[in-house]
Design a protein around this ligand. Structure first.
Ligand SMILES: O=c1[nH]cnc2c1ncn2[C@@H]1O[C@H](CO)[C@@H](O)[C@H]1O
Ligand SMILES: [Zn+2]
Length: 339
């Protein structure tokens, strides 16, 4: 087994990380100061406020934790600082490329436009790239519980940022009550606008949401853990070269799986489904990528050469440019040979 230090040093690629769920306590304090919001004085109390305990009920319960952070992300300055903060954390665990996602519609409460919100996050990502050398791309999340019209407006406002830092789109939020069929019109609009799409699907015991997304031409699935036990579906995903953005700690917390033993890693690997390892929300889930890798090696016996494969799956499925892809593949191969 690799030590935590060795895991931390390995170059990594992450495809599934929410900006609003991944802020350091230091950044949260700074943002609260900027928004004139009072926070608990002790870091322990603050962590309890912004992270989930183990005994939450489900995804909707999990999503309530974002209510503390979102009021702090209502200005361009705040969003820029937040994006910079997430990349700073990624640099500390040698992430070479990351796709960071957020919902612009959640940052318009105080009059910021969707375009201004996106521009601010991209500015923070670019500044951090210059300072820390971590390549990144932005994904905009539409929310499943919003109307198709609202999501379509968001994607239209986002589209001009493609090639300027924006690399794709997503749907997050309440998957159980708003299945893929309901959001299909907005997905199609995004695709017509040329926005590469990933989708939270198969997170809330709804394997069919993955299949519905696959039928729409989508090849990246946030979580996809509900495919466990559905061998036919797994084979279809594998044949279509689909990739799962798996987030173990988050899935245990939201009860997407009952326990570690029922996490379908062996099954997915046996059926050649490509998987990637991600945090989902560093702060809300109280994790980081190194911790996730450690869980994967401890509980599923994933080896160093499999970690390389997982990272190659990620960079090959990433919505980055060919130049970045080549550079990151080189970094991965060099890093795994050396470490
Ligand atoms: O695991 C998840 N499943 C579904 N939605 C999520 C998850 N994590 C975060 N969000 C939602 O995505 C928004 C934009 O980042 C967050 O505000 C949260 O509501
Ligand atoms: Zn997510």
């Amino acid at each position: 087994m690799l030590t935590v230090q060795e895991l931390k040093a390995l170059p990594k690629v992450e495809l599934h990380c929410h900006l609003d769920g991944s802020l350091s306590l230091k950044a949260i304090r700074k943002l609260a100061q900027m928004a004139a919001v009072e926070l608990p004085a002790s870091d322990q109390a603050l962590r309890e406020l912004v992270s989930v305990p183990d005994d939450i009920e489900d995804l909707l319960d999990y999503l309530k934790r974002f209510d503390v952070i979102l009021p702090l992300l209502q200005t361009a300055e705040a969003l820029e600082l937040a994006a910079y903060d997430v990349i700073e954390q990624c640099a500390a665990e040698n992430v070479r490329y990351i796709e960071v996602r957020f919902a612009p519609d959640f940052s318009t409460e105080k009059g910021l436009s969707v375009s201004e919100a996106i521009a601010a996050v991209i500015k923070g990502l670019h500044q951090a790239q210059a300072d820390f050398g971590v390549e990144s791309g932005l994904l905009v999340c539409a929310m499943r519980q919003y109307s198709n019209q609202r999501s379509q407006m968001m994607f239209k406002a986002a589209q001009p940022f493609l090639g300027q830092g924006l690399v794709g789109g997503d749907f997050a939020g309440d998957e159980a009550d708003f299945p893929t069929e309901v959001i299909e019109p907005a997905i199609k609009t995004a695709q017509q606008l040329g926005i590469p799409m990933t989708l939270h699907a198969g997170e809330s015991h709804c394997a069919h949401n993955v299949m519905a997304a696959l039928a729409l031409g989508i090849r990246r699935f946030g979580h996809g853990v509900a495919l466990g036990g559905h061998v036919d579906f797994q084979k279809q995903v594998s044949e279509a070269d689909g990739v799962l953005e798996m987030c173990l700690t988050s899935n245990l917390q939201t009860k997407a799986v009952k326990n570690l033993a029922s996490y379908p890693v062996a099954e997915l690997l046996a059926n050649q489904v490509k998987i990637t390892i991600n945090t989902d929300n560093r702060t809300v889930s109280n994790t980081n990528l190194t911790k996730e890798y450690d869980l994967w090696q401890r509980h599923f016996g994933i080896t160093k050469s499999q970690f390389l494969e997982v990272n190659l799956n990620a960079i090959n499925a990433a919505f980055c440019s060919a130049t970045i892809r080549q550079q990151v593949i080189q970094d991965l191969q060099k890093g795994y040979a050396e470490n």
